[in-house]
Write a protein that binds this ligand. Structure first.
Ligand code: HEC
Length: 145
């Protein structure tokens, strides 16, 4: 009986995660939530609201560089409908979209490099550039809430 329940819940969990993995909108939104969780605490340190911790900041910056490679593959054709903040321009202006991604990835790579050095005076402008790359893309390609 207990084993039966266990197997049933395992089967349910497996089918749920499969259904979830098949939804590209949820997948990319999930990655952007991770963006927020990573970028937010970095911003607090840069602003001096929380104490700057070199190792912690560098870890977050490395993670940000890593996830800056991930959301874009989930912007598959036809996924501009429904509960998404993605504008149709993502698909109608692919060159501009790619340019935004490239600029953003260059900025996160640069920040990760500088963050490893621990030089807060250099980190601040590099962090600002990443923030601008988020905003620049959102301004063109993300619907206002
Ligand atoms: C190249 C374009 C681009 C860049 C760069 C970008 N975003 Fe986004 N972001 C989007 C788009 C498009 C969406 C809407 C996705 C959807 O709803 O399908 C989005 C959605 C989000 C969301 C909402 C996720 C949710 O819960 O629905 C957050 C938070 C977010 N971005 C944070 C960031 C942060 C922080 C950065 C920079 C560190 C960043 N983004 C950089 C395009 C971008």
């Amino acid at each position: 009986m207990r084993l039966g329940k266990l197997l049933l819940s395992a089967a349910l969990a497996a089918s749920c995660s499969l259904a979830f993995a098949a939804d590209p909108v949820a997948q990319r939104q999930d990655i952007f939530k991770d963006y927020k969780k990573t970028f937010g605490p970095m911003g607090e340190m840069v602003k001096g609201n929380t104490p700057y911790n070199q190792a912690e900041f560098a870890k977050l910056a490395a993670h940000l560089e890593e996830i800056s490679k991930q959301p874009w593959q989930h912007f598959t054709p036809g996924t501009d409908k429904g509960k998404t903040g993605a504008k149709p321009e993502i698909w109608s202006k692919p060159a501009e979209w790619k340019k935004q991604i490239a600029g953003h990835q260059a900025a996160t790579a640069e920040l990760a490099k500088i963050a490893a050095s621990g030089d807060l005076a250099a980190i601040k402008p590099a962090f600002g550039k990443v923030g601008q790359s988020c905003k620049s893309c959102h301004d063109s390609f993300r619907k206002a809430d």
